[in-house]
Design a protein around this ligand. Structure first.
Ligand code: FEO
Ligand code: CA
Ligand code: CA
Length: 545
């Protein structure tokens, strides 16, 4: 069957709505309004008030154009771009936008706070770095433009999404913002006794908590820490911010220190909080944190204390076991390794040097685990293993974990390769994930700019956004929904609760530019400008079934 027919078949499913998908799905129960109930243990459908078809689109072909391309009848508005003023204090939108989370104001789907991560600086935000050494001004800009932005966004009467720069909530969080350190490493020797950390940076993806705060993940922190002579162990954590409370800023060390990609929060059958996390590094592990105490909805944000005390586990894919990354287990595993025994004296040491501890206790090295999402329909756990050229996994794959008894608190699991990147699937290097309320995965890709449109990556062209059903006859078939500008990566897909708007970041267009007079991309093509800007867009055009 040709790809075109496959796509048409799929479209007919989208077109006939949730009922057809439900009939076609095997073993997942009914994908109608009732299925939303299952979502209560996962954060991704946080707030979804509907269970509607979010598709009806004619898939696009791969493209090399310096444009953000969408299917017919969809449009995008640039909501905020690098350097835009976000509030009356004159603070500016950061660089390298990644994760997005939308928080409705007064229950609105057309006005809310958008929290955006800023992962790193580009040549357009700090200029070319000569001989690998940043000037004092570049160091300052590098810390200022990374971190996060909280902005207020709204859809005007003409249907155009805009930023409200008069917002009382709008603010920057960056390399100069103080954070309280919580958990086992707080005040310990691995952090030089620190109970506070200066700033957050390298904020990649993230997650929304069950109590409506944002977890943001510090990923490739080492370069920025080194450039500004900051203590390395103060970075590489999961930070928590409350978009509605400027004073609420935490780094949770119980969740381990590594190259954090994102968090996916759910509940164990007994009510403990579970947080899945990937470590975006070649030959690195998949983790989950399970809280000691149980979630109590009536306590609201006070549930955050659950992230300070619990057990961090690492996946052993060979035995199908979650292995505790605890001082006790590390000591057992290192009994004949004096150097390791000397390094790991407290649980604070274990979480601070988590990558080494996890491998010691038997964590399985995998192929760059990036985003993780919990299926709201069956509690299976999807992991993007982006790629790993150390051993020939050039196009990556999406792994699906089946926890024993479908309980996120289980310590045993099985897994499958749900979808593999490559010519046969039409995508390469899966990265961020989001579910829609019909069980389709929205997947963005991260082919590195140096590999795009070359060699075995040629057929994929620019990075894109794909829709992949997780059940039904088109299970695991990838349909392209968007194509990014030159040398960009699409990141941070996030739907409004009514699924009428999809927020998406366009990260690092033109990142390989060396001559500022000849940028390789000028997206978003602002009149009179000869530079590319990272930006968040709001995509509209979704029809409801
Ligand atoms: Fe920041 Fe792993 O992407
Ligand atoms: Ca990523
Ligand atoms: Ca990436």
């Amino acid at each position: 069957m040709s790809k075109t027919i496959d796509r048409k078949t799929f479209l007919s499913y989208l077109g006939t709505g949730a009922a057809a998908l439900a009939t076609a799905s095997a073993g997942l129960g009914v994908l109608n309004g009732k299925a939303s109930a299952a979502s209560k243990t996962a954060d991704h459908l946080f707030g979804f008030s509907t269970n509607r078809v979010s598709g009806y689109f004619e898939p696009i072909e791969p493209s090399m154009e310096d444009q953000l391309l969408l299917p017919n009848n969809f449009k995008y508005d640039v909501v905020a771009a690098f350097g835009d003023v976000i509030n009356e204090a004159g603070e500016k939108f950061g660089s390298g936008c990644d994760y997005n989370a939308f928080f409705p104001l007064n229950g609105s789907n057309t006005r809310g706070l958008l929290v955006n991560n800023h992962e790193y600086s580009t040549v357009f935000s700090i200029g070319p770095v000569k001989d690998g050494k940043m000037t004092a001004q570049q160091q300052k800009d590098n810390l200022y433009y990374q971190g996060m932005s909280v902005i207020e966004v709204y859809r005007d009467e003409k249907g155009v999404w805009k930023m409200d720069t008069k917002s009382k909530h709008a603010r920057r969080i960056n390399g100069f913002t103080d954070f309280d350190i919580t958990g086992p490493a707080r005040g310990g020797s691995a952090l030089g006794g620190a109970t506070k950390a200066k700033g957050t940076f390298a904020n990649c993806s993230g997650g929304v908590t069950l109590w409506n705060t944002v977890l943001s993940c510090e990923e490739n922190f080492a370069e920025t820490a080194a450039a500004s002579s900051l203590p390395e162990t103060h970075y590489g954590w999961v930070v928590e911010v409350d978009p509605f409370d400027k004073a609420y800023l935490k780094k949770h060390t119980a969740l381990g220190r590594f190259n954090h990609e994102n968090t996916a929060m759910g509940l164990a059958a007994d009510g403990r909080v579970v947080v899945y996390m990937g470590d975006d590094k070649k030959d690195a592990c998949v983790y989950k944190f399970v809280s000691k105490g149980k979630y109590d909805k009536s306590k609201g944000r006070a549930n955050s204390a659950l992230l300070e005390d619990g057990t961090l586990y690492v996946a052993n894919l060979k035995s199908g076991k979650w292995v505790p990354v605890t001082l006790e287990e590390v000591k057992k595993a290192a009994k004949d390794k004096p150097e390791a025994l000397n390094k790991f004296k407290t649980q604070g040491d274990v979480v601070a040097y988590c990558q080494e501890a996890a491998l010691l206790v038997g964590g399985t090295p995998t192929d760059r685990p990036e985003d993780i999402e919990i299926s709201p329909f069956d509690n299976t756990v999807f992991i993007c293993h982006t790629n790993n050229d150390n051993h020939g996994n050039i196009h990556g794959h999406i792994t699906r974990i089946f926890e024993a008894n479908s309980d996120l608190g289980s310590l045993a699991f099985d897994f499958e390769i749900f979808a593999a990147g490559g010519r046969q699937s039409g995508f390469s290097s899966p990265d961020n994930l989001a579910f829609d309320s019909n069980g389709n995965l929205w997947v963005v890709t991260d082919i590195s700019s140096s590999s795009q449109n070359k060699g075995v990556h040629k057929s994929f062209m620019n990075n894109g956004l794909f829709v992949i059903p997780t059940s039904g006859p088109d299970k695991a078939v990838a349909l392209q929904f968007a194509s990014g500008p030159v040398e960009s990566e699409l990141t941070g897909p996030f739907f409004t609760p009514d699924e009428q708007t999809l927020f998406l970041s366009v990260q690092h267009p033109g990142e390989n530019t060396t001559d500022m007079n000849k940028p390789t991309s000028t997206w978003p093509h602002r009149p009179g400008e000869k530079m590319a800007r990272c930006a968040v867009v709001a995509i509209s055009g979704f029809k409801l079934g």
